[in-house]
Structures are given as C-alpha cells and as structure tokens.
Design a protein around this ligand. Structure first.
Ligand SMILES: Nc1ncnc2c1ncn2[C@@H]1O[C@H](COP(=O)(O)OP(=O)(O)OP(=O)(O)O)[C@@H](O)[C@H]1O
Length: 701
C-alpha cells in the first residue's frame, strides 16, 4: 500500500525545513514564567504535605483504557494467552496490526527499594506511608501485578509493552517499541482526576527488545529517576518517576558488568511520534486514524479541548491564544486551508512541543537524543539517556558522546523538534489534509482520497503544515521570551529585549565561558543599587566568574569589562521596568542609555522594596540546584560503589525544591525540619570542578 499524499508531504517537509530552520541560538531564547510562580510550577507541587484523600496502592483507582481501546498483538490476543506462555518464549519479533503486546514483568529476587519521589506519591494520590508497605515494594519491581488474578488467570487488566517505531539520527529505524518498559495500569488521582500510565523500566524482555536484554542499569536508572522529577519541579513538562529499586541479583553487561535496577515511572501518555511513524511505515491507515482518535479523545480529553483556528494563521504572532471548544465535526477556515479535527490535533501537538523545547532552551536542558521515538505526543520531556543541563554556556554543546554532527546540540533542539513534527505531519497528512471530506464514507473505508480528491487534499495538507510551521515558531518564541523575561526579573516584555538584552547576555556568557545556571542565580542576588557606576559594575562582574578565574582565553580585565557592559544594559532595563518617572535621574546613573523609544533611562533608580521584589521573583524561577552531570556521577558512585542510600533522598529533596537558598534544617511542607547535609548542599550549588564541566555521556544504559 502506498501513501502518495504523505510522500508529497515528505517533499514538502524538505521545503519547509528552512521555514523554521534553527537560527543561531541567540535568536531562539524563550521562557514562560510570570515573575510570580507560574501555574505550571504551582501545579508541579513540590511539597509532600499529606492530603486526607491520599489512598493506598490497592485503593488507587486503576484502569486499562489504552489496552481496551487499541489492538493487541495477535499472537497473544488475551492476557491469558500471554500469561500461559513461558516468559522466555516471548522473544523479539516484528509485530503487525497491533500497538501493544500483553507481557508480564519478570519476577525479581530480593529487590531493594532505594528511593521514592514524595512529590510523585502525592501527584498520584498515594499516601506517603504507602512506600513503606510490602505491596508497594513488590509492585515497584513487577512482582505484584494489579487487576489480574494469577490463579484464575482473569481480571480487568494486565501489563503491556507498547509497539512503536522511530527515526533515529535522521534515519528510519523500523519497529522499536518498549524493549524494557512494561506498563502496569493507569492510575487516576482521586483528587485531581488526572490519569497516568504507570510503567516499569528495566522489567525484562518483551517482543520489542530486539537484540538487547530488557534490563536497565542502576547508573542510568538513577539519572532518569532524578532528572524526571527535577524537570517537573522546574515547571518543564516531563514524564515522572515514582520509585527506584535495585536488583541485587541482576548483573547487566554494558561496557562493564553493572547492577540492574527498575524505575517506576508515569505519564499521562507514553505515546511517541514514533508510534505514528510506525503505522505510516506499515501503511496501516485504519489504525492510524484510530490512534489519532484515541489521542484526541483519551489523551487530550476530547476533540473540544483542541485549539480553534487562529484568527489569522498567517500571522500567529499577532493573534490571541486560540479558543477551545470547537465541536469535533466542525471544519474551520476558507477553501484551501480548511481545518478539520485532525488538523486541530496536529496543531495542539505542535504547540505543546514548541512550548517544551522553549523551556529546554531557557533552562539550558538538553535531551541528547531527540529521535522521533523520544518525542512525546503530549510535549513531555521523555527518555533520559545522555541528557544534561548546560554548564558553561556553549550553544554547540551536545551531551551525547556519539552525536558527532551535533544534531542534538543545544542550538539545534528547536529545529530537530520541528523536523520530528514534520515526520508526524507525514503520518497525519491524509487525515489533516482531507478537510471536510475526512468523514466521507469512502475515505473512512479506504483511508485514501479518490483520484479527484487527491490533489486538493495534498495542497490543503501542504498549506496547513506550512501554517503550523509558523505557529510552532510563534509559540516557541513567545514562550522563550516570556521565560527569559522572568528569569531576568522583568515585569514587562519589550520587543527590543531579545536583541538588546538577551542576545548580548548569551554572547557574553559564551565568549567568557561562564556558567549558565550560576549566572542567573547570582544575578538574582545583586541589588540594582549596587550597579550604579562603571566601577561598581566592574567590581560586581567577578561574581559571575569561577573562583579560579575565567577559563576562556580572554584577559580578566577585558572579561570584567564585558560583563560590566551588559550589567549596565541590565540596570537600565530594570530601572525602566520598575523605576518611576520621579526616580529617573535621581541617582548615580550608568553611562549607557536605553534604546530609542525603549523607555531607557540612562539613569534613575528603583526603590528598595521594588528591587527586593525583583530579586525574590528571580529566585523563584532561577534554580539554585540543578542535577548536573558531575553531581549525578558522584551520586551514582556513592550509591553503587560506597553503598550509600540516604544521599538519594537528599538529592531528590533538592531536585524537588530547586529554588531554595538552603535546605538542611529548614521546614518544608511536611511540617518537620528537613535533615540534609550542609556541606553537600554548598558544594552542589557552587562552582563546579573545572575537570567536570561539559561532560558527555554515551547512549549505553
Ligand atoms: N537493554 C535494552 N533491552 C531491550 N530494549 C532496549 C534496551 N535498551 C534500549 N532498548 C530499546 O531500544 C529502543 C531505543 O532505546 P532508548 O535508549 O531510546 O530507549 P529507552 O531508554 O530504553 O526507553 P524509553 O524511551 O522508554 O525511556 C527502545 O525501543 C528501547 O526499548
């Protein structure tokens, strides 16, 4: 079966790439916090306060909607068929016509529960004390399964592994699938009503394990456990991690022999672009339509949740947020660019991913392997292999040791996510291009347009994908600018900020090899009144250098002057943002002046109260702690080699409360003083050791 329109879409994709081709990093910053804690961060909820409604694991409402809605592997049509098959016979193979296989996690001997995320417990609706129970420990490694009676071989649900494909490093990789992840059930938090798919990573072989062993090593499991929760606490959409267990009898062969582990993780959906890629590659149009419908109805919560057509899709920057509530069968827009419900679905996926990649850019996070099987249909950060947070600001940095062409480098991330979105557009091309004809019985039956309809369909798909490219860029830029604005403590955005403030800042960080995160955090503690004169600013400039000096080949006085020049711009911008007319010219004054028509002051002051408010607001969005590569390496060494355990609890606490000045001895949501390690906290939030900057990881995990 051929996919002619999608083939045309491929050509289109190639033509479209320049539309949003990644520009130099400094043209692509973004952020989405107001100076107050953003709703995302508030919702992220880092606390562990108990709730009356928190339940036990067995009380937690569970469902199996994914497996009830989509077709299983025909070799094991029912859970009982799979359950009766010896575990070692469920070997790797190509699966057709299905989106998952029923498969039970392997049983594990003497597992040790190493750590849980208190925030994850709370977000799932589980009482904190549940983590102490045997039921939790056995569930966390797959020894106990829910919804299935292993005696009677019956029950409402059974574990499963998803089938998907993907483009890896730009090439079609064929069928992939959950080769070592097995989903247990969907859990609905009774308080929030949010439903999550809960799964185990490292739980054993599945039909999608290909040539590998179905296991995960402790090293990569610790990294995924910590970063999932850290991203969420930063307000960055991410899959989550609930628990980490060590498998003492599991020896896993990678570059060396390593201990095995299992992470319990959860997300509102684990579907990836690669799931759609696979159906397109199989030519399975019917299932593709069914999957898209499942995503809209079950994952996004209904067709009416998707974005209405923009008032003017050719000018997304000038258009307000799209309305919602469009009925499923409504088609919007003029002939040639009519948007049906599948076009709205595609646009929502575009918008979510644009916002997420904007968060990564603003917070200096790199996934490291942005293949289409690692790109979420919900726009979540997903699959944590060789990820990293930026150390010294270097837009060409890739944390992936094997990424020789820098495909997944920091500056390329927005382009690559668009590249992946174009692959998704190819899969959805016929559905979104069909316009009002999408429900014509012949089209529904065959999934392909008639000869007469083909040309208009292709042309409409091309038009809509082109408009989606503009929308992607617009959402990306708006989000990035909003985040950067708040990271700099500004209450207002100006069109000139991007070129006049953000770009010179990033250029300075790059030229002087300054630490990206420490810069923002340290700036959050500098009163504007201390930047009044050039001499003040020159003195303050050294705050941003490492204690052992700058590593860039720039003489220190020159480096100081460069930072001081930017601080002058910043001071003027803050004064124009927060100062009053009466303040202007009332004190000191910098030598620089704001841009024409920019409200620049060239002098002025900010009241102490207002400046204190700026600094406090900045501290709420500029983390003091991020789990950098060297910290995770230390953590892994201490857990794996030195047998430490409590360090995991401490690192998770810092990751879940990243904006605090300090942690040990302070009272957090749970009402009792938190027991930390002061020396460790200071070390993990100060200058990083020179030898550890900009580390790279291999993909082995
Ligand atoms: N040790 C392994 N055993 C079986 N399959 C594996 C193993 N490692 C990777 N895979 C599979 O190879 C593919 C690509 O691997 P990748 O490292 O991107 O994924 P992953 O980290 O295992 O999974 P996820 O994206 O679910 O976090 C996936 O289909 C994955 O399931």
């Amino acid at each position: 079966m051929r996919f002619p329109p999608a083939a045309r879409c491929l050509a289109l994709a190639q033509r479209l790439r320049p539309v949003v081709a990644i520009q130099p990093y400094h043209q692509f910053p973004f952020a989405s916090f107001s100076t107050n804690m953003s709703p995302a961060m508030a919702a992220a909820g880092n606390g562990t306060a108990p709730h009356d409604e928190d339940c036990t694991l067995s009380e937690l409402p569970k469902s199996w909607r994914f497996t009830a809605s989509l077709p299983p592997d025909s070799l094991y049509p029912t859970p009982a068929d799979s359950h009766k098959t010896p575990r070692d016979q469920i070997g790797p193979r190509q699966v057709r016509g299905a989106l998952f296989t029923w498969v039970r996690p392997e049983k594990q001997k003497d597992p040790e529960l190493l750590a849980v995320s208190p925030a994850a417990m709370r977000d799932l609706g589980l009482a904190q004390s549940e983590a102490e129970t045997e039921e939790f420990r056995q569930t966390a490694v797959g020894n106990k399964i829910h919804g299935w009676d292993e005696e009677t071989l019956s029950g409402p649900g059974y574990p499963w592994a998803q089938c998907y494909g993907g483009y890896q490093f730009g090439d079609w990789a064929g069928q992939l699938g959950d080769g070592r992840a097995i989903s247990l059930f969907e859990a609905t938090n009774p308080r929030s009503g949010t439903r999550y798919e809960v799964q185990l990573k490292g739980a054993g072989l599945t039909p999608y394990s290909r040539f590998a062993d179905g296991k995960a090593v402790l090293r990569s499991s610790i990294r995924e456990f910590v970063v999932s929760e850290a991203l969420h606490a930063l307000g960055i959409p991410s899959t989550r991690a609930l628990a980490l267990s060590l498998l003492p009898h599991s020896r896993v062969r990678r570059e060396t022999i390593e201990p095995g582990a299992i992470v319990v993780r959860f997300a509102q959906s684990w579907l990836r672009f690669g799931t759609f890629d696979l159906l397109r590659a199989r030519g399975d149009r019917k299932l593709l339509r069914r999957l898209a419908t499942y995503v809209a109805e079950d994952v996004y919560g209904g067709w009416d949740k998707l974005p209405a057509r923009l008032d003017d899709p050719t000018k997304p920057d000038d258009t307000p947020e799209p309305a919602r509530g469009v009925p499923a069968d409504e088609v919007q827009g003029p002939p040639g660019s009519e948007e049906n419900r599948f076009a709205r679905l595609y646009r929502e996926i575009v918008r979510r991913n644009a916002a997420t990649v904007a968060h990564w850019q603003a917070y200096g996070f790199m996934n490291g392997v942005l293949n289409t099987d690692n790109t979420s249909i919900l726009g979540l950060s997903i699959d944590f292999g060789p990820f990293a947070f930026m150390d010294n600001f270097d837009p060409a940095y890739t944390p992936n040791h094997d990424d020789h062409f820098l495909r997944y480098s920091y500056r390329n991330q927005p382009t690559i996510i668009w590249w992946n979105l174009v692959r998704l557009a190819e899969a959805l091309g016929e559905l979104l291009g069909a316009g009002a004809g999408v429900d014509d019985p012949i089209f529904v039956e065959k999934g392909v347009p008639t000869e007469a309809d083909a040309e208009p369909l292709i042309s409409r798909a091309e038009t809509l994908i082109g408009l989606a490219a503009d929308e992607y860029k617009s959402v990306f830029m708006a989000t990035y600018k909003r985040l950067m604005t708040s990271r700099l403590g500004l209450r207002t955005q100006r069109p000139t900020d991007f070129d006049a403030l953000f770009t010179p800042l990033l250029d300075t960080l790059e030229a002087l090899e300054l630490d990206y995160h420490l810069f923002f955090r340290r700036l959050s503690a500098i009163p504007i009144s201390s930047l009044a004169t050039d001499a003040d600013r020159l003195e303050r400039a050294a705050t941003f250098f490492y204690a052992d000096g700058i590593s860039a080949p720039v003489p220190e006085p020159e480096g100081r002057q460069r930072v001081a020049d930017w601080l002058a711009l910043y001071r003027d911008r803050v004064v124009s943002d927060r100062g009053t007319l009466a303040d202007w010219g009332s004190s000191g004054g910098s030598n620089s002046s704001g841009s024409e028509g920019d409200g620049g002051s060239g002098g002025g002051a900010v009241s102490e109260a207002s400046d204190a408010e700026r600094m406090a607001a900045m501290k709420r969005v500029n983390p003091n702690f991020v789990p950098r590569g060297w910290i995770l390496d230390e953590l892994i060494r201490r857990v794996e080699k030195d047998g430490e355990r409590d360090v995991l609890r401490r690192v998770m606490h810092m990751a879940l409360h990243p904006f605090e000045d300090s942690w040990d001895g302070r009272t957090f949501d749970e009402g009792t003083a938190y027991k930390g390690d002061r020396e460790e906290e200071v070390r993990w939030t100060s200058d990083m050791p020179r030898k550890d900057r900009a580390m790279q990881c291999s993909c082995s995990s």
